[in-house]
Design a protein around this ligand. Structure first.
Ligand code: SAH
Length: 458
């Protein structure tokens, strides 16, 4: 199997610095499943191509004791001839520095978008040509694909699942390598090694800056993590699901989805404008809002609550709770609990935030939730945000009638949200005002909506 990386950046031989491989040398790297060779079929000022050729030892693969990887396949399989998770392992070992985005000799090149073309022979795709396009085109690649007949002599047998693919884009080399690292095994839909907890970390590390906005992120996580429901859920939760479909079409350089930032900023401002000091973040997730509240001296006591243990663990990591400076220690508490059961720990606060939480609740549990928040916890100010379903049709990546995230139980139009909010305010003695969050569309309104509830008599 062969991967070529070509650039027409001037001088094109800069590719050698970025890959840490000298264009004039042929280099060989021993791997657990065979050997990798790196060489440059062309290296001029105008055009430079680096080739990574993998020689997989099919006999070694089935003989683990001799240093192979113990694959359960027979000797005769397609592995020596196709690109697969072996390529990802080889990329990490042979081009590890470039994949991690380091380049001591020319640090300026690392983040620089370069005209690049990757050529892959032979790429297996479980999902055919359409899936290759669905995975790479949203990342900005021009994709050229040549299929191969199953048998040249018998065209009636149809196409094989193997393709020769060329991907071109102007991107930093590290991004191209990360895309290949993650997406090649996804296309192949197989991995030659056991997939455990650290694969989630790998997926998130190599997916940073693009996976959270990829329209196929669920399929990618599903296949990359070998269909482990637990790992997939963890990965998708950590990918900040709320932002995933929120913004513009995925673009290569977009890192932080701006809508969620705007939302959090609006929530913090609103809480401050209403003089809130002791605050609850209900359904705090990974703690993005908590992080902002913690930074702001206006908030003297902060409590985050979530029903998900995993989310709370990530919040704890994000906030570095064990290493906080002493002036912040004691200011923040994380609680495990559910918003559909009365919880005395939530009583007596000035304010509460519920950012993109309500749509995760089963509609049948809403009456319980309403009492837990507005009757029992009863903070003086409640700031609650939820998607505006009318805006969904403006998201190019979202199919008609779909919701923004698979865990959403419902999404309300502006009218539905207003009706619910007014009824709750009336029932529990609050006044409510609603505003849009994010760029307004004349017809569809803003992508997100925020209700601010103020207790009567405050
Ligand atoms: N507020 C966070 C997370 C939103 S995702 C943010 O804006 O980033 C929705 C969160 O609600 C998830 O973390 C989920 O675990 C939590 N959640 C869902 N049902 C819940 C319940 N019954 N009680 C408490 N939290 C719940």
């Amino acid at each position: 199997m062969l991967l070529t990386l070509t650039t027409t950046h001037r001088p094109a031989t800069d590719l050698g610095y970025l890959l840490h491989k000298h264009p004039e040398r042929l280099q060989t790297f021993p791997l657990s499943f065979g050997e990798a060779f790196v060489f440059y079929p062309e290296a001029t000022e105008e055009r430079c191509t680096a080739a990574l050729l993998l020689g997989v030892d099919p006999v070694g693969l089935v003989r683990p004791k001799s240093g192979g990887v113990g694959m359960n396949h027979q000797y005769v399989n397609d592995r020596p001839y196709t690109v697969s998770s072996f390529l990802s392992v080889a990329l990490a070992q042979v081009f590890g520095t470039a994949l991690a985005g380091h380049c001591k000799a020319r640090p300026d090149l690392v983040s620089q978008p370069l005209p690049l073309e990757a050529g892959i022979a032979v790429l297996p795709s479980q999902g055919g040509e359409p899936l290759i396009r669905r995975l790479f085109e949203p990342l900005g690649y021009r994709v050229a694909i040549t299929g191969a007949a199953l048998d040249d002599e018998f065209p009636a047998w149809g196409e094989s699942p193997y393709y020769t693919v060329s991907l071109s884009a102007t991107v930093p080399l590290q991004q191209l390598l990360s895309h290949l690292y993650v997406l090649v095994p996804v296309l192949d839909n197989d991995k030659h090694y056991y997939v455990g907890e650290d694969e989630v970390a790998k997926l998130l590390r190599h997916g940073e800056g693009w996976l959270d906005r990829h329209p196929e992120r669920e399929l990618i996580a599903w296949r990359y993590l070998k269909r482990s429901r637990r790992l997939v859920t963890e990965a998708l939760t950590r990918l900040a699901p709320e932002d995933a479909a929120d913004d513009d079409p995925p673009s290569l350089n977009a890192r932080i989805p701006p809508l969620h930032e705007q939302r959090l900023k609006a929530v913090v401002e609103t809480l401050k404008n209403h003089g809130v000091h002791r605050v609850l973040d209900l359904g705090c997730g990974e703690g993005r809002l908590l992080q902002q509240l913690l930074r702001d001296p206006a908030f003297t006591e902060i409590v985050g609550l979530d029903v998900s243990h995993i989310a709370l663990e990530h919040a704890r990591d994000r906030l570095h709770l064990d290493r906080l400076p002493s002036r912040l220690q004691g200011k923040m508490t994380l609680l495990h609990g559910s918003l559909t059961y009365r919880d005395r720990r939530l009583e007596g606060f000035d304010g509460a935030a519920l950012v993109e939480v309500i749509e995760h609740l089963d509609p049948a549990r809403l009456p319980a939730f309403e009492r837990v928040v507005f009757e029992f916890a009863r903070p003086q100010v409640v700031v609650l945000t939820t998607p505006n379903a009318e805006y969904n049709r403006l998201f190019p990546a979202l199919a008609a009638g779909c919701m923004r995230h698979s865990d959403h139980r419902f999404e309300w139009t502006r009218q539905q949200f207003a009706a619910w909010a007014q009824a709750v305010a009336d029932r529990f003695g609050y006044a409510v005002e609603i505003q849009g969050l994010g760029p307004e569309d004349i017809d569809a309104g803003a992508p997100s909506q925020m209700g601010v509830f103020i207790q009567h008599g405050r």
